[in-house]
Write a protein that binds this ligand. Structure first.
Ligand code: NDP
Length: 464
């Protein structure tokens, strides 16, 4: 592939207008090479905007075409997933696994089951995963997979048959030392159990090929909690850096799945008050705050009964249900987007700022659109982007892999202490690489720190 940044490596010290031209040129190449994948383009642009000036100042990365190489996945598998529903009808979905980079360790990243899944969505998630995993300091490369299968409204038997069919193909590509998937939207403990069972039947080995496993067969304590807890540890780290804390803060949280539930749990434990949760139907607003008892009820509703968040207001009538609305119109100090990509738009960010929001810590992947991020940065909001703030999930997945290899189980406290240490380490990297005029630009810090480790590994390993 030809160089797209420059024919000749540029010497140190560009300026913002040449950077803009370089970014435009680079993105034209990415779009031409991967057409029709807007989420992937968005994720690449965000990284390139942070990293390109750094690359221009370090000729070695230009000479080795690191950015060109890092924006093309190692390989992509797609496959048919045929299964029978409860009526005996044959259904057909499409499965994917994207192995993006194994420069610093086996491919690692979740599986998403959601009707919106297509190659471009998974490429964005796999690309983000490369940098996120690098930031954790653990030896994990980046990958992602999933299917356009919708588990909502399906019986346990249907979910099991789908998972068995999906794994019958996926098992050809994965292994404890090659590629280790985990959960994501639509893939929780139930799905991981069915997938693991089928892997074992076909391959005949009991190995740590998936993380997020139930405790009975190789799971780690704190893995279900890790992403939500990590996002709150990161918010706390950002606040401590300016001499403040989460105590007493009003939080708005989106989503009501795995990440939102444990973000809420940790926020309560830190002395904050979470006043919203949501799903794709709308938002509940509870001015009294979602306390531990109410959260236990939500967990039962979502994880056992698989109900909708609108039911909250029947149980707790002082709360209000805002059908079709996201939570960002509710006044808060801290916003916790924990549902999905592109769920905070420019006008939402402006409303958050107008209402006094000081911190955004993203449990979800890429929930804020670029124009919303511009608003945060312009107004000095402490913005913990997903690849830094939600890295706790994959970090504890990494710790699950270590425990599986050692054939040991660490205690809850051991895992939680390591998680806290990893989130603190990510924050320190953001401060090291992102501090400008006494303030931390978290996207810049996280992207450069995540990039540098992978780039240096690629250079050491030769052209491939
Ligand atoms: P779950 O499936 O457990 O929950 C997802 C939640 O988000 C549900 O409440 C769902 O509502 C809502 N949601 C999904 N799509 C939309 C949409 N288009 N509009 C509005 N709401 C939506 O997933 P997780 O909690 O595991 O994941 C949430 C986010 O966190 C994702 O971005 C994921 O990539 C990210 N993440 C997850 C990690 C993990 O460890 N699980 C690790 C790192 C990041 P509904 O039921 O209506 O669909």
């Amino acid at each position: 592939m030809s160089a797209v940044i420059d024919k000749e490596p540029r010497v140190k010290g560009g300026n913002s207008s040449t950077y803009e031209q370089d970014i435009t040129k680079f993105m034209e190449m990415v779009v031409a090479r991967s057409p029709g994948e807007p989420e992937f383009h968005q994720a690449v642009k965000e990284v390139v905007e942070s990293v390109l000036p750094y690359v221009m100042d370090h000729q070695i990365y230009q000479e080795h075409k690191i950015l060109e190489r890092l924006t093309e996945p190692d390989r992509i598998f797609t496959f048919r997933v045929a299964w029978q529903d409860d009526k005996g009808q044959v259904q057909v979905n499409r499965g994917y696994r994207i192995e993006f980079s194994n420069a610093i360790g086996p491919y690692k990243g979740g599986l998403r089951f959601h009707p919106t899944v297509y190659q471009g969505l998974l490429k964005f998630l796999a690309f983000e995963q490369v940098f996120k995993n690098s930031l954790t300091g653990l030896p994990m490369g980046g990958g992602k997979g999933g299917s356009n299968f919708d588990p909502k409204g399906k019986s346990d038997g249907e979910v099991m048959r789908f998972c068995q069919s999906f794994m019958t193909e996926l098992c050809k590509y994965i292994g404890a030392n090659t590629d280790v998937p985990a959960g994501d939207i639509g893939v929780g403990g139930r799905e991981i159990g069915y997938l693991f069972g089928q892997f074992k039947r076909i391959r005949g080995t009991f190995e740590g090929v998936l993380t997020g496993k139930p405790m009975e067969f190789g799971g780690s304590l704190i893995r279900p909690e890790a992403t939500g807890y990590g996002a709150l540890y990161f918010a706390q780290n950002m606040l401590e850096h300016i001499g403040d804390s989460m105590k007493g803060k009003i939080c708005t949280c989106s989503g009501s799945g795995n990440v939102a539930q444990y973000a809420t749990e940790k926020a309560i434990e830190m002395g904050a008050k979470v006043v919203t949760l949501s799903d794709s139907g709308g938002t509940i607003y509870d001015p009294d705050g979602i306390n531990t008892d109410k959260l236990a009820w939500v967990m039962d509703l979502k994880n056992v009964k698989r109900g909708r968040i609108s039911e909250y207001v029947k149980k707790f009538p002082k709360a209000e249900y805002k059908a079709g609305l996201r939570p960002w119109g509710v006044k808060c100090d801290v916003a916790l987007p924990c549902a999905t990509q592109n769920e905070v738009f420019k006008d939402d960010a402006e409303t958050l700022v107008k209402n006094g929001c000081k911190v955004v810590s993203e449990g979800a992947n890429m929930p804020s659109v670029p124009e919303a991020i511009d608003v945060y940065l312009k107004h000095g909001v402490l913005y913990g982007l997903g690849k830094a703030a939600n890295a706790g999930g994959v970090a504890v997945s990494g710790l699950e892999m270590s425990q599986n290899s050692l054939r040991l189980n660490w205690t809850r406290k051991e895992v939680d202490d390591r998680l806290k240490g990893i989130m603190k380490g990510i924050h320190e990297q953001c401060v090291e690489y992102g501090t400008e005029n006494g303030k931390v630009n978290y996207p810049k810090g996280a992207n450069i720190a995540g990039f540098k480790k992978v780039a240096d590994a690629l250079i050491s390993q030769g052209v491939h």
